[in-house]
Ligand binder design. Structure first.
Ligand SMILES: N=C(N)NCCCC(=O)O
Ligand SMILES: [Zn+2]
Ligand SMILES: [Zn+2]
Length: 311
């Protein structure tokens, strides 16, 4: 196994950034887990800038260390983890970009890697789910987000950051008996948003539910719903309160803490996680790297869950 650059030999602030200072894909024979960037934000409905998310998350990941005490795991020793670079996509053509993400993700999955994708806006979850479902069949989903992202269209456009999960249900690539939103909050367009979301098959654990019921009860409910199904986890960083993640395009007050998010993720150890994403980091609105540090830690936990051998 080729691990990260040793920070006791080469200072962690030296050299170009790969995620967690891991080797690049071209530096290893094959990869079990690949962190891949998607610098794309043409699907946003409000503040742009998530195209710079992958670079900021890589920079913020320099301080990650190889042992995860919360999960008692050394992910970079257990399996080969790499940084697979960025997926190149057309910033002027959303449909073409969605196609590129699907194609490149499919290639990485076919080569035997499971993915932690760092975005990029939430539009990219659709092509990622297509690629994952082509391999595993319809997957269970745990979707951490302030927003439902099950709206229909924006300005007539079906592929946007507010619509990926409606498209995914329509396409039959999600297991509709095991779909959960976590951290939902904030104003909606109308009551019908919730009725539609429920009709699509989603259950909701709101941000207030996390606070009132607590992490352990939420984890138990999620695990119950997931069962032994192949699982995809999508983390929109705006699930965190703007105090914990100001650097994002559509912030909503009243969100989860990064501690709650990380603890819920750790509670999902032992499920059949097949791939995951962390999206919506827009560094221009960030302060002191608060958001990209949170995203780097979320990505590290997702890598660790995959490395621990959840299938
Ligand atoms: N996926 C994110 N971050 N936001 C979706 C918000 C869509 C809207 O403006 O209604
Ligand atoms: Zn969101
Ligand atoms: Zn979202």
């Amino acid at each position: 196994m080729i691990g990260p650059v040793d920070s006791s030999v080469v200072p962690r602030f030296a050299g170009p950034a790969t995620f967690a200072r891991l080797p690049r894909l071209d530096q290893v024979p094959s990869a079990d887990v690949a962190v891949v960037g998607v610098p794309f934000d043409s699907g946003v409905s409000y503040r742009p800038g998530a195209r710079f998310g992958p670079a900021a998350i890589r920079e913020a990941s320099r301080l990650l260390r190889p042992y995860h005490p919360g999960l008692d795991a050394s992910p970079f020793e257990a399996v080969q983890v790499v940084d697979a670079g960025d997926i190149v996509c057309n910033p002027y053509d959303i449909g073409a970009a969605v196609g590129s993400v699907q194609e490149h993700a499919t290639d990485l999955l076919d080569a035997g890697s499971r993915l932690v994708t760092i975005g990029g806006d939430h539009t990219i979850a659709l092509p990622l789910l297509r690629a994952v479902a082509a391999k595993h069949g319809p997957v269970a989903l745990v979707h951490f987000d302030a927003h439902l992202d099950t709206w229909d269209t924006y300005f007539g456009e079906p592929y946007t950051h507010g619509t990926p999960f409606r498209r995914a249900v329509e396409e039959g690539i999600l297991d509709t008996s095991a779909l959960s939103h976590v951290g939902t909050r904030g104003p909606l367009y109308g009551r019908a948003d919730l009725a539609e979301d429920k009709r699509l098959g989603f259950g909701i654990v709101t941000s207030a539910d996390v606070m009132r019921r607590g992490v352990d009860e939420v984890v138990a409910a999620l695990r119950d719903r997931i069962g032994n199904r192949p699982l995809y986890i999508s983390v929109d960083i705006d699930v965190l309160d703007p105090a914990h993640a100001p650097g994002t395009g559509t912030p909503e007050a009243g969100g989860m803490t990064s501690r709650e998010l990380l603890e819920i993720l750790r509670g999902l150890a032992g499920t059949r996680l097949v791939s995951a994403d962390v999206v919506e980091v827009a560094p221009a609105y960030d302060h002191a790297d608060i958001t990209s540090v949170a995203a780097a830690h979320v990505a590290y936990d997702l890598v660790t869950l995959l490395a621990m051998g959840a299938e």
